[in-house]
Design a protein around this ligand. Structure first.
Ligand code: NAD
Length: 234
């Protein structure tokens, strides 16, 4: 049993990951804008280092040092690049990329002390394929994949693995909001017909990959980008 922190654990993919790690027997704490999710739910904005530090201090007090971190907090955004204001760009980079910086840096001392750690960053299949109207989001998620590789090299010798899971087309509130706003280029049903396994992804599909990557037996896997997308991107 280890202590696991899941950011964005209040909804969708993060919630499913938190539930799965809890079922796997870990002490789970979630960090989200609104405190929600299973286990020890903490309110924190991942873009605010002081809030992250405060929430993690509460987690350590309750469950001891943090051994597992899954960064699932994220926000999308849809705008033509010519209409994208710098503030839009900055906010999407802040949540999706800088949030990962803060959370990883804040938990690393525990992992270094223990000589063991598991970090999984939830990026996006759009970093593989590109996505129109999402230049800021694609840039941020691509950077998360790069950050994952760099950290894997830096902290492998310390017993810490760092991997990324880019989801593709997972049925969550984020996806359904995009469908409602007609940002998907078709309905979810249309996309299912273009997906090799002929179904929409479930948050549990991402949770299963995370459960494996944070396990003891995944210790020889690091710096990898494990696509979970029904074969939409290979
Ligand atoms: P979601 O909107 O259902 O959940 C995202 C969660 O992150 C929410 O609970 C939200 O409150 C939280 N969050 C947002 N900004 C935050 C902040 N600043 N600080 C703390 N928490 C914050 O979305 P989801 O679909 O479950 O997405 C989870 C992750 O998966 C995101 O990183 C998203 O970019 C990524 N993703 C999702 C899909 C998909 O198809 N759903 C595809 C590719 C990538």
């Amino acid at each position: 049993m280890k202590t696991a922190v899941v950011t964005g654990g209040g909804s969708g993919i993060g919630l499913a990951i938190a539930e799965r790690l809890s079922a796997d027997g870990h002490h789970v704490a979630t960090l989200d804008l609104k405190p929600a999710g299973p286990g020890f739910a903490q309110a924190a904005d991942v873009t605010d280092r002081a809030q992250v530090d405060l929430a993690l201090a509460a987690v350590r007090e309750r469950h001891g040092p943090i051994a597992i971190l899954v960064n699932a907090a994220g926000m999308d955004g849809f705008k033509r690049f010519t209409r994208l204001e710098f503030a839009d760009w900055q906010r999407v980079i802040d949540v999706n990329l800088n949030g990962v910086f803060h959370c990883v840096q804040a938990v690393l001392p525990d992992m270094l002390e223990a000589g063991w750690g598991r970090i999984v960053n939830i990026s996006s299949s759009s970093a593989q394929s590109g996505q129109q109207l999402m230049a800021h989001y694609v840039a941020a998620k691509s950077a998360v994949n790069g950050l994952t590789k760099a950290l894997a090299l830096e902290f492998g010798p310390a017993g810490i693995t760092v991997n990324a899971v880019p989801p593709g087309f997972i049925d969550t509130p984020m996806l359904r909001r995009a469908e409602e706003r007609e940002r998907l280029g078709g309905t979810v049903e249309d996309h299912i017909q273009r997906t090799p396994v002929r179904r929409v992804g479930r948050p549990e599909d991402i949770a299963a990959a995370c459960s494996f990557l944070v396990s003891e037996e995944a210790g020889y896997i690091t710096g990898q980008i494990l696509g979970v997308n029904g074969g939409r991107n290979t």
